[in-house]
Design a protein around this ligand. Structure first.
Ligand SMILES: Nc1nc2c(ncn2[C@@H]2O[C@H](COP(=O)(O)OP(=O)(O)OP(=O)(O)O)[C@@H](O)[C@H]2O)c(=O)[nH]1
Ligand SMILES: [Mg+2]
Length: 317
């Protein structure tokens, strides 16, 4: 916003716009340094102000108001502040009449739906899920298993979360319900070794898909992020996906940055809890990676493809 304000004031001083509409340099300085403060031409000039000058400042104020409206729509949808700033910078380079359309277009471009395509020879097809704690990795993994079963593909699951207590038992419940074999080691074992064993098992039994569950890790925990790198190095997944909780706010940017090099795409989880899509906009803008699914509930079939139009519509622009 401030950049925009500065530009306008620069135009006033360079003579491109009527200078008299602004009271004094002192006031201008205040307007520049204060947040979104606009100098009122009426208050600042005791002499009658010409119509022309007035309209310039009306437009100026109108621009600010439109930008604020766009900013508010993005904030209300839970888009991270950093991403809002980036988006508004793009918007401001267009004509004001086009701002809303440009914003919608830019967001649509960011949201890239993708589908899993298994090529001939990719057997077993290996998928690894990662993400911060509680974002829905294990539940989504079970949904993915069901997704492949629905396509008549055989599945084996690697319980590579050997860290969190009860993680293996939680996954076992899903595997038993779905009739899927789970490869596991002891708690505290190397997760990369679990993934490796599951892939070897799939190769021996000619199983189509290996799904690797990993433990939740905070993106700031460098030790655990290194561990994830190792799992990836060993398992060489065809697809490495990050689960992002729909309710994530500003933190989505930092999460996305930390995982970005380790992932090929995103699954937005708990979309039934928060359908605004702001977290997905933030993560997509930060990683440039596509979205494979939206997880929309607790049932195994609650997986949907991303429809960018739905997310853009939720912005209410
Ligand atoms: N409403 C809703 N709840 C979900 C969804 N996905 C997961 N959950 C719930 O979110 C909670 C955490 O899910 P988990 O699958 O255990 O998450 P996780 O990422 O594996 O957790 P950690 O392994 O502890 O990091 C559970 O209560 C799930 O039932 C979803 O799409 N919608
Ligand atoms: Mg889990």
């Amino acid at each position: 916003m401030l950049g925009f304000l500065r530009k306008k004031l620069k135009a006033v001083f360079s003579g491109k716009q009527e200078p008299k509409a602004v009271k004094s340099p002192k006031k201008i300085k205040k307007a520049v340094s204060g947040p979104k403060k606009i100098v009122s031409p009426q208050k600042s000039t005791p002499a009658p102000v010409k119509r022309e000058k007035k309209s310039i400042f009306k437009l100026f104020k109108k621009d600010e108001l439109v930008l604020e409206e766009l900013e508010l729509s993005l904030l209300e949808c839970g888009v991270a502040l950093e991403v809002i700033e980036q988006l508004l910078e793009q918007v401001k380079s267009a004509k004001r009449e086009e701002w809303k359309a440009v914003l919608k277009r830019e967001i649509s471009k960011l949201l890239m739906p993708a589908k899993i395509k298994i090529k001939a020879g990719e057997k077993p097809y290996v998928i690894m899920l990662s993400g911060i704690n509680g974002t829905g990795k294990t539940t989504t993994l079970a949904k993915l298993a069901k997704y492949f079963q629905n396509k008549n593909k055989s599945v084996v699951i690697a319980a590579a979360d050997t860290f969190r207590s009860a993680a293996i038992e939680q996954l076992k419940v899903h595997c038993d319900k779905l009739g899927i074999k789970m490869i596991t080691h002891q708690y505290g074992a190397d997760p990369a070794a679990v993934a490796f064993d599951a892939i070897k098992h799939a190769e021996a039994k000619k199983i189509d898909v290996v799904l690797i569950d990993t433990s939740g890790r905070m993106h700031v925990d460098t030790g655990l992020m290194k561990e994830l790198e190792k799992v990836k190095r060993v398992a060489k997944p065809h697809l490495s996906l990050l689960t992002v909780d729909s309710t994530t706010g500003n933190d989505a940017v930092e999460q996305a940055r930390a995982f970005s090099d380790l992932i090929d795409g995103v699954i937005l989880t708990k979309f039934d809890v928060d359908e605004r899509g702001g977290a997905l906009i933030s993560v997509s803008a930060t990683t440039g990676k596509p979205t494979y699914f939206l997880a929309t509930g607790q049932k195994y079939n609650d997986l949907e493809s991303l429809n960018p139009k739905k997310i853009v519509a939720a912005l209410g622009l």
